[in-house]
Design a binder for this molecule. Structure first.
Ligand code: NCD
Ligand code: ZN
Length: 359
């Protein structure tokens, strides 16, 4: 049964990888109209030329999907390139990876050398280029669950206050301190992933260690999850969808010292819908509709989160197409093909309540 139709969503944080993975990963995101593509390839994307050729590879696989590209902040970015950003509609921002903080971040910025990049931030402010931030420190001395909080306190607030006109996105917000930071400053927003809305650290350990729930920033406590959920449910425009779908082959995830990254792309819209359904019931307690997603106001909030707030922040037009949401259960597959290997999705084997298709 069709219950609603909304503007086609965008994914404001996506890892597509490259090489033989690309033919699969691009297809997995095809319900989205556009996505911001992360630049953490090996080697990373640090020039407009590289971003353009990566973009063309993606377009060759699906010309109906609009990949919005980013550069990877390090010394290799030529400052002259920054003034070209305003004339390239598909080039949306620069991503800051603190070195050592996550997958393929060895080329990232050492937090002790962040001030070297202040001259970049000044130009980014001038040309209105958003700074997308992986907001975590990677010091052994810092508790793994406090990496985001410590990065915000020691590094992000100084940048935020020194460059008040720089647009900053705290990517994949994961903590209540992250939520507070985003709410406190203008021109500051956050992407929100399905895992940070639906999982806590219990999901990493309950019933035995589960590497498929390991991502960075790591999923945290119930309090952190609730802080993020509240902003999304109440419709705060600073918080919008970005899946951080980050596929790694099954055999690597299931090995010792396996990499961080949760794969959700093909089921991510449905995961967000499930979140609204599961958590909205107690939040929107004045609604009496039998099915929450049949409520027009709830559907409007979902549409804002998936299809409008991100576009508003980046100054993009809304998508022309729509997706139709059906009340139609489906089981998440145990695995998906990934090049010559396979990848295990988030919540493999679980049943979700809604399915959607491009209208
Ligand atoms: C991402 C990846 O695998 O590229 N991993 C992750 O856990 N999120 C990198 C990132 O966004 O941190
Ligand atoms: Zn990511």
């Amino acid at each position: 049964m069709k219950i609603a139709e909304i503007i086609q969503p965008d994914d404001f944080h996506l890892h597509l990888r490259d090489g033989i993975y690309l033919k699969h990963t691009v297809t997995y995101s095809s319900k989205y109209a556009r996505a911001i593509i992360m630049p953490n390839l090996k080697p990373p994307i640090t020039s407009i030329e590289q971003a353009k050729s990566y973009r063309n590879e993606i377009l060759n696989i699906n010309p109906d999907f609009n990949p919005l590209m980013t550069l990877y902040l390090n010394q290799n970015i030529k400052k002259e390139e920054l003034k070209k950003f305003p004339d390239i509609p598909w080039l949306l921002g620069i991503k800051l990876y603190p070195s050592g903080a996550t997958t393929h971040s060895d080329y990232g910025v050492k937090v002790s050398e962040l001030e070297y990049f202040y001259s970049y931030f000044e130009l980014m402010e001038k040309y209105n280029i958003p700074l997308l931030v992986h907001g975590e420190v990677a010091d052994y001395e810092v508790d793994f669950f406090e990496r985001e909080k410590v990065f915000i306190e020691n590094h992000l607030i100084p940048i935020r206050e020194k460059f008040p006109y720089l647009k900053i996105v705290l990517e994949h917000v994961s903590s209540k301190e992250g939520v507070e930071f985003v709410n406190q400053y203008d021109l500051t927003a956050a992407t929100v992933t399905p895992q940070h809305l639906l999982l806590t650290r219990n999901d990493l350990f309950f019933g035995g260690i589960n590497p498929h729930n390991f991502c960075l920033p790591i999923v945290k406590t119930q309090h952190d999850k609730e802080a993020i959920a509240k902003e999304v449910l109440q419709g705060n425009p600073k918080f919008f969808a970005g899946t951080d779908s980050a596929p790694h082959p099954k055999h690597k995830k299931e090995s010792c010292c396996g990499p961080a990254g949760i794969f959700s792309a093909p089921i991510s819209i449905e995961l967000y819908l499930q979140f609204f359904d599961d958590y909205g019931k107690s939040f929107y307690n004045n609604y009496t509709d039998k099915d929450l997603l049949e409520n027009k106001e709830v559907i409007n909030r979902i549409e804002n989160f998936l299809s409008k707030f991100g576009a508003d922040f980046y100054g993009l037009e809304y998508n022309k197409k729509t997706i139709s949401i059906y009340k139609q259960e489906f089981s998440i597959p145990e695995e998906y093909p990934l090049g010559n290997e396979t990848v295990v999705p988030m919540w493999a084997g679980k049943t979700l309540k809604y399915t959607c298709y491009i209208s």
